[in-house]
Design a binder for this molecule. Structure first.
Ligand SMILES: Cc1cc2nc3c(=O)[nH]c(=O)nc-3n(C[C@H](O)[C@H](O)[C@H](O)COP(=O)(O)OP(=O)(O)OC[C@H]3O[C@@H](n4cnc5c(N)ncnc54)[C@H](O)[C@@H]3O)c2cc1C
Length: 240
């Protein structure tokens, strides 16, 4: 099977050390909000032991006319090439994959507990849900050290302010290190923070997304809060 190619349209810094990349959507390509894609560099100028392919969540919503991924720009060959890539460069796209997608029963709220770059599927899912008027109530808790580190912060805050169905709760664990004033939540996501917004902690379907350590910490928190294992869905970003 020949995989489709896509090409870079635009790149943008969206938080400190964090970039978003927009790609052309191949004709006929469809996906569900929350799914991911494997991107492969074609004849890159350098490579390393981890190879030329990475999986990134499609942070774009399916209705948007482009594909987008966002990532922390660590010093690996793949990311150096991605960062320096001229607009128009082609990559191979193997997608869509994954089942980190919204549940069907709209009587149950969706509660996302995310850290750092783990916000990528939330952007896609929240925007698509609003667009479709899906009827879901979405609560997204997003933990970062400082506002400067939080990808899509302003966009998600605006979405939460404009849409009754979306409650966005960003929290900063090191606001004292920030040059930006912060009046929102501080500290790690915990039972008290979640309970301010969710009265019945057994009602939601929980979605955990981010680096492996974050997902493990949130799973253990939910267990202590009495959530049922069957109501917890996870997407671990291996490699962090
Ligand atoms: C479903 C899915 C969705 C993802 N979505 C995003 C996203 O939206 N944004 C984002 O930034 N990242 C995402 N990731 C993680 C991404 O694929 C990269 O692993 C990550 O960005 C680190 O890449 P790197 O080039 O910095 O480091 P790498 O060179 O990939 O690896 C750094 C270290 O991690 C180890 N490692 C790499 N892959 C694995 C693995 N699969 N299992 C165990 N160890 C591994 C390597 O051996 C190495 O020691 C996602 C991963 C998955 C599985």
């Amino acid at each position: 099977m020949t995989l489709p190619t896509t090409r870079l349209i635009e790149k943008e810094q969206i938080a400190e050390g964090t970039m978003a990349f927009r790609f052309a959507k191949p004709e006929g390509f469809t996906y569900q909000a929350g799914q991911f894609a494997d991107y492969t560099l074609i004849d890159p100028p350098e490579t390393d032991g981890e190879g030329n392919t990475r999986g990134f969540t499609l942070a774009s919503a399916p209705y948007e006319p482009f594909l987008m991924c966002a990532t922390r720009m660590r010093d690996t060959a793949f990311k150096r090439v991605l960062k320096d890539m001229p607009v128009g460069t082609e990559l191979t796209l193997d997608a869509p994959y994954g089942s980190f997608t919204l549940h069907h029963n709209i009587a149950r709220p969706a509660v996302f507990l995310t850290g750092g770059i783990g916000i990528t599927p939330v952007r896609s899912i929240a925007l698509q849900s609003v667009r479709d008027k899906s009827g879901h109530r979405i609560f997204a808790f997003h933990s970062n050290r400082r506002p400067e580190d939080a990808p899509f912060l302003d966009e998600m805050v605006r979405l939460g302010e404009s849409e009754d169905s979306i409650v966005f709760v960003p929290t900063m664990t090191k606001p004292e290190d920030s040059e930006r004033a912060w009046e929102g939540e501080t500290g790690h996501i915990d039972k008290e923070m979640i309970s301010k917004h969710i009265k019945d902690l057994t009602a939601p379907i929980y979605y955990l997304c981010g680096p492996r350590s974050m997902v493990a910490a949130m799973r253990s928190l939910l267990k202590d809060m009495g959530a049922d294992e069957d109501d917890i869905r996870t997407e671990e970003f291996a490699g962090y």
